[in-house]
Design a protein around this ligand. Structure first.
Ligand code: WQD
Length: 339
């Protein structure tokens, strides 16, 4: 079956393309290369022995989206990663986020609704829960007022898909990621943040390799054991495998309703200091960091209740945070030619 992966040259997208091709799916990638590089195609090919079809398209151009679906009329499965995802940037430039994350989603769904049957998997985020009351977080935890336009586009995106699936032949799965980290063990693909990394793990590896002077730990006065925030860091390869499981569930019509939601995490929380200590252990590097003021908008704690993903989706994270940090470090060294 031919599957469209939008944002397929990005961090999670490229790892998902690898797992799809490993499972025999034929993949077509759309990417606008705004936050990725065409070199990622080589990495995917090196790992799987197969080069996916690649179309450089800006999904904000409705005509280009229509063109694509005319050219690839046999695509009936879409895994939609393409979106802007920097929380801070979304506050500065909300319209960029509403256009790029929601306008494009509408254009894709408008094409899919013309098909007899279509399967749609949406890259959502635990950010929709805000600071959840209860840990671990289940899929029926209340959706809280978004803390940023980025988070709002995930919430609205889920609503657009839910409303559309009700009245079309599109069945959909919403995957709410916790914190994706790590890289493929081959170090052929990995996280390639452009500019200064917003996220913790790439900042750690860039500090350890000497690209960044020092890591700032954003606050150690949170109500947690060591005062730093807790997150559920899930290996990107485990996350990628969950997408293949979700797609197969839709193709085999196993979904119990036309829209299902799954939290994708390990079910375990780690604090920032625990991540730093684990990184030092697996890398043998001493990390240069300091305690800095809290970052605006950060929540204290989030980790997933993985019961539904385990029991219904039939997926469970297998890799550990040690695996993730070791692979992230191996990738960093390779990218900086220090392997
Ligand atoms: C993790 C922890 C920071 C950087 C965001 C989005 C989420 C998803 C993942 C896109 C926090 C601390 C970080 C640093 C630090 N994004 N930190 N120093 O904020 O949990 O989630 O990224 O899909 O939707 O909300 O991830 O990696 O930015 O931060 O101390 O230099 O690390 O305060 O506690 P976050 P993160």
């Amino acid at each position: 079956m031919k599957v469209l992966v939008t944002g397929g040259l990005g961090f999670i997208g490229s790892h998902t393309v690898v797992e799809l091709q490993n499972e025999g799916f034929e993949v077509v990638i759309i990417d606008d290369l705004s936050n990725s590089s065409v070199d990622v195609l080589e990495g995917i090919t090196a790992i799987t022995g197969k080069e996916p079809v690649f179309e450089q398209i800006d999904l904000r151009e409705k005509a280009s989206v229509q063109e694509f679906f005319k050219k690839y009329a046999d695509v009936s499965g879409v895994i939609h990663f393409a979106a802007s995802k920097a929380v801070g940037e979304s506050v500065e430039n909300p319209l960029l986020y509403y256009e790029n994350n929601l306008g494009t989603l509408v254009y894709l769904l408008q094409e899919l609704q013309k098909k007899d049957k279509a399967h749609f998997i949406f890259s959502s985020s635990c950010t929709v829960y805000g600071q959840a009351e209860k840990m671990p977080i289940t899929e029926d935890a209340p959706i809280q007022q978004a803390m940023s336009p980025y988070g709002n586009t995930k919430q609205i995106g889920e609503e657009i898909i839910t409303d559309t699936a009700k009245v079309t032949n599109i069945n959909a799965i919403l995957l709410r990621y916790f914190n994706p980290v790590g890289s493929h063990e081959s170090a052929e693909i990995g996280e390639l943040p452009k500019g200064t990394p917003q996220n913790l793990v790439p900042f750690i590896t860039q500090t350890a390799i000497g690209l960044r002077e020092q890591l700032s730990v954003f606050g150690d006065d949170y109500p947690t054991a060591d005062g730093t925030c807790i997150r559920d860091y899930i290996h990107v390869v485990d996350l990628a495998k969950a997408h293949v499981k979700a797609l197969k569930r839709l193709i085999d019509n196993k979904n119990e309703s036309n829209v299902e939601t799954f939290n994708l995490g390990t079910g375990k929380g780690n604090s920032v200091l625990e991540v730093i200590n684990t990184f030092e252990k697996v890398s043998g590097e001493k990390l240069n960091y300091k305690i800095a003021p809290r970052r605006e908008g950060d929540i204290t704690e989030a980790y997933a209740d993985t019961t539904k993903a385990n029991d219904v989706l039939g997926w469970k994270a297998e890799l550990t945070i040690e695996d993730a940090l070791a692979s992230a470090w191996k990738w960093e060294k390779k990218v900086r030619g220090k392997e």
